[in-house]
Design a protein around this ligand. Sequence first.
Ligand SMILES: [Zn+2]
Length: 308
Amino acid sequence: MPTCEICGSNQTEFFHKIENYSYYQCHNCTALFLHPRPPLQILTKYYRSDFEYTAGEANEEQNRLRAGKILAKLKEFNSRGRKLLDIGSGFGYFLDEANNLNFRVSGVEPAKKIYKTAINLRLKTKVKNLSFEKYYERYKSQTFDFITLTHLIEHIPYPHDFITKVLDLLNPGGILYIETPNLNSRLFKAEKTNYTFLTPPDHIWLFSLASLKFLFKKIKRVEILRASSYSQPEHLMGILKTKLKNTGHGSKNNSNRPSTPSLPMSGYRRGFQNVKYLFFDKLLAPLFTPWLNIGGYGSILELYIRKS
Ligand SMILES: [Zn+2]
């Protein structure tokens, strides 16, 4: 069995295979990981050419609202800080919100298709279309008061090396924010091998708070200031679907990545969408989504970490 890079244990077990990709789980730190990991050159090429992220664009309003909350917390933990780097800055909504709040923003977005969106073009002198490795080589002398990694660390083949480099770019007393799927969640417990976030080759690592603590214990230099979790209505939908199907082996559930319908909807389908909207989005989701978070078992993990 492969060794877990996060905690060094070889108490790992095969978990699930999707196409040619195999996931293993570590019994010691609970991390779930892709093995073998795709080579870095292949991943770089994949992000340069093929990678798209439709859900990110569809959820602009939600992402901007969340950005405001994250930025307020960052200020609370480091009130004098101004310089912010968002690695994997996507469509640029987070950077745009930060820019509006007078943060001095920089971003790195390796995916070409995503980089070419309107906001990124508007912020173009501030966002670099580079892989993190290239960015680090060229700009490592520039340091920041805040670094944000939103839905990024799960894509990184060697998280330990990556986080070590990221911390090099952070000033002492600076804050690192990490947001990533939470393996210790009601969503994972319900979906298991159909887990929404088992998406190879994008997602190489899936973490719980326990596994991230192992990672940061190795790195030292840091203190976890706050760890919490949250969920989105589509995660509740994912759990309901799994419960209704009552099977762990259905078709792949991509409920967190809705594709934009490209054809006009039929009347029947529109009717269904309206019922779904009223019943689910307006009634069920606001009532039950907060329930997913009780006890720290929300679908997405959020960490605020201070560099000493
Ligand atoms: Zn482990």
